[in-house]
Each structure stands twice: as C-alpha cells, then as structure tokens.
Design a protein around this ligand. Structure first.
Ligand code: NAP
Length: 265
C-alpha cells in the first residue's frame, strides 16, 4: 500500500523550476513541491531575500537552489534556463510560471510603462520561459507546465484591466500549449486563485483596498485564501497519478458567490 502511494503521490526525483519563489504563492509552491520530493530551482530579483530563503529551505532538509533573475529581461530568462538545464542535465519535469506583478489603477491612469511592466512580467516572460523549457520538458518524458493565472482573468474586477488581460492571455495560452505539446508528453494547466493573502496585495491605494474588502465579502468563507491553499492544488496537478489526465484545465480557486459577474457598487 505504501509503495502504491509513494508511486502515485510523490514527486521524488522530479526536477522543477518555480519562478518568483521568495514570497507569497511561489514560496508555498517551492516548499510543497520540495516536500513531495522534487528538486526545485527558483528565481527572484532580490538576492539577499533569495539567499535567506534558500538557507531556510536547506535547514528544513529541502533541495532548493536559486538564481537572481529579472524575468522582464529576455537575456536573463535565457540565462536562467541555461542554469536550469546544466543543473538538471537537460531534463525538467515541472515549470511553474508563477512570478507576477500587479499595479492597481483605473484604465485611464495607466501609463505605457505600466502596460509594459505588467504584460512583460506576467505574460511575455511566462510565454518565453515555456518556449525555452520545451526541449527540457520533452527530454524529461513527462513534462508539466502550470501557469498561475487569476480569477481576474475570468471575471471583471475593478482597477486591473492590464493585469486581467495578462491573465486572460495566459488562460488561452494554456489551451494552445496543451493541444500543441500533448504529443511531447507535456501537460499544461492553469491555476487561477481568487484573493490570496500575499505581499502582492500590500498596496496603500485606498480605492483598491476597498474593492479588495468587498471581494472578500463575496467569498463564501468570508476570508482571503492562504498561499498553501494554492500550492496544494499546484502539487496535485504535478503528481504522476495525473500523467494522463488534467490537460488544458483551468482550475479556479476560491470560487465567488457571483462567478460570472462581479458587482461592486
Ligand atoms: N495574491 C493574490 O491575491 C493572487 C491572486 C490571483 C493570482 N495571483 C498570482 O499569483 C502569482 C504570485 O503572486 P503572489 O501574490 O504570490 O505575489 P508576491 O507575493 O508579490 O510574490 C511575487 C514573487 O515573484 C517575484 N517577482 C516579481 N517580479 C519579478 C520579476 N520581474 N522577475 C523575477 N521575479 C519576480 C517576487 O520576487 P522579487 O520581487 O524579489 O523579484 C516574488 O518572489 C502571480 O502571478 C499573481 O498574479 C495572486
């Protein structure tokens, strides 16, 4: 029985790249995958914080390494994937496109720079990393890509038109890659969380905070989600027992009372 469980409910020996693993959801995903036995590489821009996190994981007996990388910059993404490839002998089982950014503003206030920052961090980098990872995922023989999208890419939430568009693009990309790369034994899925308690939402914008409070009030459990409630779903989708299931799925977390229409008046 325990052999059966270990084969199906384990990531032992699997290799994983989780972007943005030093905080919030990414941090929880790194821990969850590593605790299931995966060997994880992560990245972020803040070297001090990254070094601290890696020490913490090491002290917990988890196998995690990291690179400083600004995912907005194409050359840095290429360098990241070269590092991953040499560290994991050209084979990658799991790519979690998690890193993301959010700027709360009304559409009329967004600048060209805001547009570029949000779209490049959230969508372009995930698209490019998936392209770069493709040969490594294919070589692994059972690859997994998971995009961390958002409920903002499913319904209309105030003050996030660029962010929401980046997530809609991600949701569509999931379907395209799932169909294109199934022949290479690469599964592609998306996890779309609702409001999760992370530093991403540490904003002083009182308008957005008011909207965020209203969003929580429309959540059946009347509280924001926690990062480890997202990471458990991510790990579930990576497990080998789902090797032939879950392809091109959008898993929406923290379901809303009004899923199809967000009423904020
Ligand atoms: N929190 C929510 O309510 C929520 C809801 C739905 C979806 N999501 C999505 O979940 C994902 C994670 O969000 P989170 O809430 O965990 O965010 P977070 O707490 O702000 O953490 C973001 C992580 O990404 C890294 N990062 C950001 N920009 C980067 C860049 N240009 N290059 C490399 N690393 C970068 C950050 O490190 P550095 O800043 O040091 O680089 C950090 O490790 C995002 O895609 C977000 O859109 C969040």
């Amino acid at each position: 029985m325990s052999d059966f469980r270990e084969q199906r409910w384990s990531l032992k020996g699997m290799t994983a790249l989780v972007t943005g693993g030093t905080k919030g959801i990414g941090y929880a995903v790194v821990e969850e995958l590593a605790a299931f036995g995966a060997i994880v590489h992560t990245c972020s821009r803040n070297e001090t914080e990254l070094t601290q996190r890696i020490q913490e994981w090491k002290s917990k007996g988890l196998q995690v390494s990291g690179s400083v990388c600004d995912l907005k910059i194409r050359a840095q993404r290429e360098k990241l994937m070269e590092t991953v490839s040499s560290q994991f002998d050209g084979k990658l089982n799991i790519l979690i496109n998690n890193a993301g950014t959010f700027i709360p503003k009304e559409t009329t206030e967004f600048t060209e720079e805001d547009f570029s920052t949000v779209m490049t961090t959230n969508f372009e980098s995930a698209y490019h990393l998936s392209q770069l990872a493709h040969p490594l995922l294919k070589s692994a023989g059972n690859g997994n890509i998971i995009f961390i999208s958002s409920v903002a890419g499913v319904i209309a939430i105030p003050m996030c038109s660029i962010y929401a568009s980046s997530k809609v693009a991600m949701n569509q990309l999931t379907k395209n890659l799932a169909c294109e790369w199934a022949k290479d034994k690469i599964r592609v899925n998306t996890v779309a969380p609702w409001v999760i308690r992370t530093p991403l939402l540490d904003t002083k914008d009182s308008n957005f905070l008011e909207h965020a409070n209203r969003m929580v009030l429309r959540t059946p459990m009347l509280r924001p989600g926690e990062p480890n409630e997202v990471s458990s779903v991510v790990a579930f989708l990576c497990l080998s027992c789902f090797n032939s299931g879950f392809v091109g799925a959008l898993v929406v977390l923290w379901i809303l009372e009004f899923l199809l229409k967000y009423i904020y008046t």
